[in-house]
Design a protein. Structure first.
Length: 86
């Protein structure tokens, strides 16, 4: 089994990026999907089963991070709005 992680940020999306994939049918600025599955096709299938607007063909066009789950490791960390001068 692997963890499949997609992140797509459209914060600065412009008309010049019209061909860029749109990974969900909802309006979004930052989309993250994390799925545990045996392979990429199963991961995409699991997202589609959720019926939450995930666009499988666009996700397939984007690179995703594949993380094997056979050892301990940090998968994801994020700081938003951090003030580094303190």
């Amino acid at each position: 089994m692997n963890i499949y992680l997609w992140r797509h940020n459209k914060t600065y999306h412009s008309h010049s990026m019209i061909e860029e994939p749109c990974v969900n049918s909802e309006f979004y600025l930052d989309a993250i999907a994390i799925v545990v599955a045996a392979d990429l096709d199963e991961a995409l299938e699991k997202l589609a089963e959720q019926k939450q607007g995930w666009r499988v063909e666009d996700l397939r066009a984007l690179p995703c991070t594949v993380i094997p789950v056979d050892k301990a490791q940090v998968i994801f960390t994020e700081l938003r709005g951090a003030i580094h001068h303190l």
